[in-house]
Design a protein around this ligand. Structure first.
Ligand code: DPN
Ligand code: ZN
Length: 503
């Protein structure tokens, strides 16, 4: 955290930050830097609390367990102390879990068994079952990415009760599975596309009545070859449970600021069941809480827009909390949201400082709503002013901004990397180890306090505070300060729903 600076030093610090200078033109930050008011110590205190909550509640803070419920109480309690009137918004969501390891094995013409994790995984929302049956290849492309299983025609001549072997590509996994199911498939095997590493970590979105597994491209190609030769039989076994569960979002608005031009700043509060989720995402949740606790110190001129802090539940189940929130807003209330900021993983131990690609310069995924580029630039300019490196984060719907983007609401934020691997260029810019994951403890038991790079977190918390203050003062470059509802420009086709691929 930068030292608290007052008086003349404030003008100096603003001059050093191009974004701050631009903001001053549109009548922005007059008060002290929020980035200076929020200290790393404030954030660490919350991180320690989340760690302790997990340690005494089964080692995690996942929805469905006590660790999440106590986390909700902690955040709500701190907000009350800071003068907010937090709302705990309960919602239900389709819960899904795998109860034991799945099986994928070749039973004929020769026997082989595949390894879960490296060779294949179960699709989220796969049904349960134990099927041994002949395999039918479904319109598999000779090379490249095809439309396997996307059209009903693909299943002409499909023998009921057989296992549908499909390849990832073009349409959603849910479409492929629905068509396979309609054709009478007893199980679906959807292997990864060429050039993709490892199994498909996908979702079929709604509980499927049949087992669905996703092998790697390597395993899938082997199976395709065997299927062409004929006589291929597989055993597919999945052991899954599902049902509705409830979880909560915690939402708190600043009392000051225009209710007709709301800046939403969110972070998911839940962890996965496998660990305490300190980097993912106690860092984002703690940063947001520390910013909320200090925002009241800003003068009225700085809080022209209302800031809505949100701690989302069930992000790890597929963005359930943020999706519920956006879905249940009235059109009028949705129209009052100027933009959404998202903070998910701010201190990866081998991380980079990645800003969501709001201006679509990487041309990956779908085109973000207008104004998202301006948010990206606010972060970039801030970090550039501090001579801190930034990289680009794919704007693919992998975290809680997804449901906002779907409604045409401009969004942005920062993250520091999960299972992705650090490049040599990134190691040069940030330090750390090239060839190693940004967060080797991603979604694992070891995502504990010592899994957080406090220096990276510290500067990122400054970014969270800066962007919040700047946008609370003025959203002019993002939405023209206009109180008109955002209109989705192009149909938004997210690639992911939280941790899971959709297609
Ligand atoms: N934070 C990850 C999760 O909740 O599983 C998702 C994520 C990873 C988002 C990497 C952005 C970048
Ligand atoms: Zn996360």
């Amino acid at each position: 955290m930068r030292k608290l600076i007052t008086g003349a030093a404030v003008a100096l610090s603003a001059a050093a930050v191009p974004g701050a200078q631009a903001a001053a033109v549109s009548g922005a930050p007059a008060g002290p830097d929020l980035a200076a008011l929020v200290t790393l110590k404030d954030v660490q205190r919350h991180l320690d609390a989340f760690q302790e909550i997990a340690d005494y509640n089964g080692g995690n803070r996942a929805v469905g367990g006590q660790g999440f419920k106590v986390s909700v109480r902690y955040v709500a309690g701190r907000l009350k102390k800071a003068g907010f009137t937090p709302k705990v918004q309960r919602f239900t969501f389709p819960y899904w879990r795998e109860r034991s390891e799945p099986t994928l094995a070749r039973t004929a013409p020769s026997k082989a068994s595949y390894k879960v994790g490296t060779d294949f995984v179960t699709f989220a929302y796969s049904g349960a079952g134990d099927v041994t049956a002949p395999v039918a290849a479904v319109d598999l492309p000779a090379s490249g990415v095809g439309t396997s299983g996307c059209e009903s025609d693909d299943f002409a001549g499909f023998r009921k009760g057989s296992i549908a072997l499909m390849q990832r590509g073009t349409c959603a996994f849910s479409t492929k599975v629905a068509k396979a199911r309609a054709a009478g498939a007893a199980a679906a095997v959807i292997f990864n596309g060429p050039g993709e590493k490892g199994p498909v970590n996908g979702t079929v979105e709604k509980v499927a009545p049949i087992p669905v597994v996703g092998p790697s491209f390597k395993v899938g190609s082997e199976l395709a070859k065997a299927a062409r030769k004929g006589g291929l039989k597989l055993r597919v076994r999945t052991d899954t449970v599902h049902g509705r569960r409830s979880a909560s979002n915690v939402i708190a608005d600043t009392k000051r600021g225009r209710a007709g031009n709301v800046v939403v700043a969110g972070a998911h509060l839940d962890s996965v069941p496998d660990g305490p989720g300190i980097n993912d995402n106690a860092t984002g949740a703690a940063a947001l809480l520390a910013v909320a606790e200090k925002i009241g110190k800003l003068p009225a001129e700085d809080l022209r827009n209302r800031v809505r802090f949100a701690w989302w539940g069930a992000e790890e189940e597929g963005l359930m909390g943020s999706a519920h929130y956006v879905r249940t807003l009235s059109a009028a209330d949705r129209g009052k949201i100027a933009l959404d900021l998202n903070f998910d993983m701010l201190g990866s131990p081998n991380g980079t400082r990645a800003v969501y690609d709001g201006d679509h310069s990487s041309h990956s995924g779908t085109v973000p709503p207008a104004g998202s580029g301006a948010i990206e630039k606010i972060f970039r300019d801030y970090f550039a002013g501090r001579h801190l490196p930034v990289t680009q984060s794919p704007f693919d719907g992998r975290s809680d901004y997804g449901p906002f983007v779907e409604k045409g609401i401009p969004s942005g934020g920062i993250e520091t990397g999960a299972e992705g691997v650090k490049t040599a260029a990134e190691a040069k810019a940030y330090g750390g180890t090239a060839g190693k994951a940004y967060d080797p403890c991603y979604h694992a038991k070891c995502d504990r306090m010592k899994n957080v790079d406090l220096k990276l977190l510290d500067t990122n918390v400054d970014g969270v505070a800066y962007a919040t203050q700047r946008l609370a003062a003025s959203t002019l470059p993002v939405n023209g300060e206009a109180r008109v509802a955002a209109v989705p420009t192009a149909p938004y086709r997210p690639e992911r729903q939280g941790p899971y691929l959709l297609r």
